[in-house]
Ligand binder design. Structure first.
Ligand SMILES: NC(=O)c1ccc[n+]([C@@H]2O[C@H](COP(=O)([O-])OP(=O)(O)OC[C@H]3O[C@@H](n4cnc5c(N)ncnc54)[C@H](O)[C@@H]3O)[C@@H](O)[C@H]2O)c1
Length: 256
């Protein structure tokens, strides 16, 4: 029960690793505010938590809109008094060549503007006045190294690494820790959608994961929980790679 009575906001909390985090945090005693752009998905996550005896509310909305971040955080603060933990998990990806890429605003809006707007709102409305808070962002292996076909995602996820470090040092003396989980291949909808576009490319890609398997979303949720917990009380500004050894293999060689 590491998160007993903690008030936790999870963006993209309705599916994939966000849903795994919703289950984990609620299971360890947190009150979870589940954001998702898909209203029904957020509502289903809340219903599941409530049925299991946990506490959760849905705060649906598009993370890329600043006013949604501000009003959602305001609602949580009004209802529960504060925000202890913010997990910026929502994200989208695409596959398009750079020369005709038309998804830039949408992808960078969700994947980079979103985490900034929500961090700013949570800090301003609760964490800074309370002198206490905890933020975990979700970047990607793609924030460290590139692959062809999603220039906006790769730029945005690299931006999340800088956002994490920047907020961590600005708020280190104000009681707020800011860290980042950087997932490798994880078995969720975002990957299934991309796989459907080009199955062969993904099959080949998976063979090059040193641990020879994709991650499960629960493995990402556990990493987020560690960083958000008191077990990580002296950790801030850290990028935790949870990638089955993939970043260690950026040498061009095949795994052994
Ligand atoms: N799955 C992977 O292999 C992988 C690898 C590296 C990083 N990531 C990152 O992990 C995070 C979670 O993705 P996932 O793998 O669980 O995928 P997912 O598609 O299962 O979950 C993403 C969730 O975000 C929600 N969402 C999308 N746009 C939104 C918006 N504008 N506002 C609010 N919610 C929105 C979706 O509805 C969905 O519930 C993303 O940031 C993604 O970029 C995933």
């Amino acid at each position: 029960m590491r998160f007993k009575d903690k008030v936790v906001i999870i963006t993209g909390g309705g599916s994939g690793m966000g849903l795994a985090a919703t289950r984990l945090f609620a299971g360890e005693g947190a009150i979870v505010a589940v954001n998702d752009v898909k209203e029904a998905t957020a509502a289903a996550a809340v219903a599941e938590v409530t049925a299991a005896g946990g506490r959760a509310i849905a705060i649906p909305g598009d993370v890329s809109k600043r006013e949604v971040a501000e009003s959602s955080v305001a609602r949580v603060v009004k209802e529960f008094g504060r925000v202890d933990i913010l997990l910026n998990v929502a994200g989208i990806a695409t596959i398009q060549p750079a020369e005709t890429y038309d998804a830039w605003d949408r992808i960078t809006g969700v994947d980079l503007d979103g985490p900034f707007y929500w961090s700013q709102a949570a800090a301003a409305q609760s964490m800074l006045p309370n002198g206490s808070g905890n933020i975990v962002n979700v970047s990607s292996l793609a924030g460290h190294v590139a692959y062809p076909g999603d220039v906006g995602y790769i730029a945005a996820k690299a931006g999340v690494l800088g956002l994490t470090r920047s907020l961590a040092i600005e708020w280190a003396r104000k009681g707020i820790r800011v860290n980042c989980v950087s997932p490798g291949f994880t078995d969720t909808q975002i990957i299934r959608d991309m796989e459907a576009i080009d199955p062969n490319r993904f099959a080949e890609r998976k063979k090059r994961i040193p641990m020879a398997r994709a991650a499960q979303p629960e493995e990402m949720a556990k990493a987020m929980a560690f960083l958000a917990s008191d077990d990580a009380s002296y950790i801030t500004g850290v990028i935790l790679n949870v990638d089955g050894g993939q970043l260690a293999l950026s040498s061009g060689w095949s795994p052994a």
